[in-house]
Design a binder for this molecule. Structure first.
Ligand code: IFM
Length: 457
């Protein structure tokens, strides 16, 4: 990792600069934090099976305990309170609520989320719920998972159960977390659960995820018309490696694939087939009336930006003819994930999504960084992360001051947690977790965020 030479930056902005109504928060997910993967009636998820296989996860780490949030959710909600963060975004585990994905409800699962939400509300913290953050019930994967069109019925049933159970307590719902992530890594590259590969799996999964976005939105609104419903998308700023026409057109294709494929159909724009012609193969999975089902008049769109990607033409990559040039190869400052630290990407993404007419409200639902944190005595002096967050928030503010609409910002993440195939080596938290003892230590970045937010709670 190239070191950035930064001292403590005197930041030139305050929370007030973002305006009274700006939403500040922190994000986590069920699978990455809860642990307790098969107790109290929970069914297995695709990740429970995937992590039990050898050499799928760095160091063969598993999420069996993770942050032990299931057993001690109070500890982390109290930390949110201590940090003065007014909004907490977390997800429900589908297989904790419906162990077989459909059918019998596990009352203990619902009871757990009632306790979590009640405790948030008691401490004055607003819960923001993601319905699907990558942990499909294993029973459904056995029937084809996201590649089986029946998922539109399974998902609808799950959404109905959740919204009926929590409509009196939850106002903010997000349908999916980063659909490109779970379809791309899980069904195309095979590096995430369920470990399937191939282009047809990917296209089928993509189309069904897009349908679920639309159906999920409409289902929530039908049950709870006054809910604020959104969905979240990964958004990386894309630039060409050189000024050559080939690199420029490769960058356009990657931009369409990474940033537009899941969002544009929900806005009624269909798939970006003009930009990526091979996407027309997705029509094979489309039924009459799907264009309408895919639409969702979201109240807000969540953008999850971490970096930019630099794209080069590549003759050898099938269909796309494009590849990403990793940050270390470009010798630029990067995080432990090998993601370039490029704060202007945040500005560019806000600008890009402001260009869509159909977007009503834009919120940064994730931004954060993994660095090799060191616990020295009782201190984790994570200057790099603090600096990263400040620079990105500065870009959010700049975009807002330049007239782009942007209404909120959530940090990923509260605690260090299970970073999917990377296991525990990637620490994104503002709170350090000793995974042997479950001890928590607020990092310097967390203390800075607390001071920045002031006395919200
Ligand atoms: O940890 C993930 C999260 O689950 C989805 N967005 C990106 C984060 C960092 O990789």
């Amino acid at each position: 990792m190239h070191k950035k030479n930064h001292s403590d930056l005197p930041i030139a902005f305050t929370k007030e600069d973002f305006g009274q109504d700006f939403v500040w928060g922190i994000s986590t997910s069920a699978l990455q934090t809860e642990g307790s993967i098969n107790i109290d009636g929970k069914g297995l998820s695709i990740w429970d099976e995937f992590t039990s296989k050898k050499n799928k996860i760095h160091n063969n780490d598993t999420h069996e305990v993770a942050c032990d949030f299931y057993k001690d959710y109070r500890r982390d909600i109290e930390l949110i309170k201590e940090l003065g963060i007014p909004n907490f975004r977390f997800s429900f585990s589908w297989s904790r609520i419906l162990p077989e994905g459909v059918g019998a409800i596990n009352e203990k699962g619902l009871e757990f989320y009632h306790k979590v939400i009640d405790y948030c509300l008691e401490l004055g913290i607003v819960p923001w719920i993601t319905l699907y953050h990558w942990d499909l019930p294993l029973a459904l994967e056995k029937k084809g998972g996201w590649t089986n069109r029946d998922i539109i019925h399974w998902f609808k049933e799950y959404v109905e159960v959740c919204v009926n159970a929590f409509k009196d307590k939850v106002k903010y719902w997000m349908v999916l977390n980063e659909p490109l992530g779970f379809t791309g890594a899980g069904y195309y590259l095979g590096v995430h659960a369920p470990g399937r590969k191939g282009f047809s799996n990917f296209l089928a999964a993509m189309h069904h995820a897009v349908l679920c976005q639309g159906i999920g939105f409409k289902t929530i609104k039908k049950i709870q018309p006054d809910a604020e419903v959104g969905s979240t998308f990964s958004g990386s700023y894309i630039t060409p490696y050189s000024n050559s026409e080939k690199d420029k057109s490769a960058a356009k294709r990657i931009d369409a694939l990474l940033n537009n494929c899941f969002l544009e159909p929900s806005l009624g724009l269909g798939y970006p087939i003009d930009e990526i012609p091979f996407l027309k193969k997705i029509k094979k999975y489309m039924h009459k009336g799907d264009e309408e089902l895919m639409k969702a008049d979201f109240d807000f769109i969540g953008i999850q930006n971490y970096t930019r990607e630099v794209v080069k033409h590549s003759f050898f990559i099938p269909f796309l003819k494009a590849k990403l040039v990793p940050a270390d190869k470009r010798k630029v400052y990067h995080t432990l994930m090998n993601w370039e630290v490029y704060p202007e990407a945040m500005y560019e993404m806000i600008k890009k999504y402001n260009g869509y007419k159909g977007i009503k409200k834009l919120i940064i639902t994730e931004n954060g960084a993994s660095f090799p944190d060191e616990l020295i005595g009782t201190l984790v002096d994570d200057k790099d992360r603090k600096h990263y967050l400040q620079l990105h928030m500065e870009q959010v503010l700049q975009a807002k001051q330049d007239g782009y609409s942007i209404s909120g910002y959530f940090v990923w993440s509260l605690t260090d947690n299970f970073e999917w195939a990377e296991g525990y080596r990637q620490r994104f938290g503002m709170v350090y977790v000793d995974f042997k003892t479950q001890e928590r230590i607020i990092k310097e970045s967390g203390k800075w965020y607390r001071d920045f937010l002031g006395s919200y709670l």
